[in-house]
Design a protein around this ligand. Structure first.
Ligand code: BEZ
Length: 212
């Protein structure tokens, strides 16, 4: 198994999930995807994460992003756990959770880090673009629940920078000023970014979010 890196093609797979057997690429269609792993069913942090993810589904859908979760427990266990998640998090888990009992997908995506835990998956996140390339990799320990606002924010940045010659600064959120790509000279930038270009330094030029 080779280490996956940004820009690599996300490996395709077919897996049993809480919503039946699914092929990853077919599930994503021509949209974006978030594949994220959980250490185990019936654990507290994972329960809050999956409830939160369900509440974010509409926001991800607006961005043409579908979610698929994973844990190494079985599909029947997932279905029982989903009942608890829905009850305790006041939501409706509405995306598939892979039942990766044979660790096939976990191994494919290197989600088991033996020096952290040799059987359970860590909290991995892979954001996959419409071109099936890996755009973002995040790895959290079992003890830290992820920030789904951050995942939405990153999707906004990835989709903006895929379509415009900009980058996004620290703590950027949709609608805030963005950074002009360093490859574009300021004279040219002023023609491209008709909302205006503010030259703080020759290498640091700001412009309003072109999509806001
Ligand atoms: C949890 O999801 O709460 C959890 C899972 C494994 C280890 C620690 C916490």
């Amino acid at each position: 198994m080779a280490t996956l890196r940004l820009g690599d093609t996300a490996p395709d797979f077919t897996a049993v999930t809480s919503e039946g057997t699914l092929n990853f690429y077919d599930y994503l269609g021509d949209g974006w995807g978030i594949l994220f792993s959980h250490p185990a069913d019936f654990t507290p942090v994972c329960t809050t994460e999956l409830g939160t993810a369900a509440k974010f589904k509409d926001e991800f859908a607006k961005r043409n992003v579908k979610m698929m979760a994973l844990s190494v427990d079985g599909a029947e266990s997932h279905k029982e756990w989903i009942k608890d998640i829905n009850e305790t998090q006041a939501t409706n888990v509405n995306f598939p959770i892979i039942a990766d009992e044979d660790r096939k997908v976990s191994d494919l995506y290197d989600m088991i880090h033996p020096n952290a835990d040799d059987t359970l998956t860590v909290r991995s996140v892979f954001i996959v673009g419409a071109d099936k390339k890996i755009k973002l990799i995040l790895t959290y320990p079992a003890s830290t629940g992820r920030n789904f606002y951050e995942l939405l924010r990153v999707v906004d940045s990835l989709q903006l920078t895929a379509n415009h010659k900009v980058a996004t600064p620290a703590n950027w959120k949709h609608g805030e000023k963005v950074v002009v790509s360093p490859a574009i000279p300021t004279d040219e930038a002023k023609k491209i970014f008709t909302k205006g270009v503010e030259e703080v330094k020759p290498y640091l030029r700001l412009t309003p979010d072109p999509t806001a």
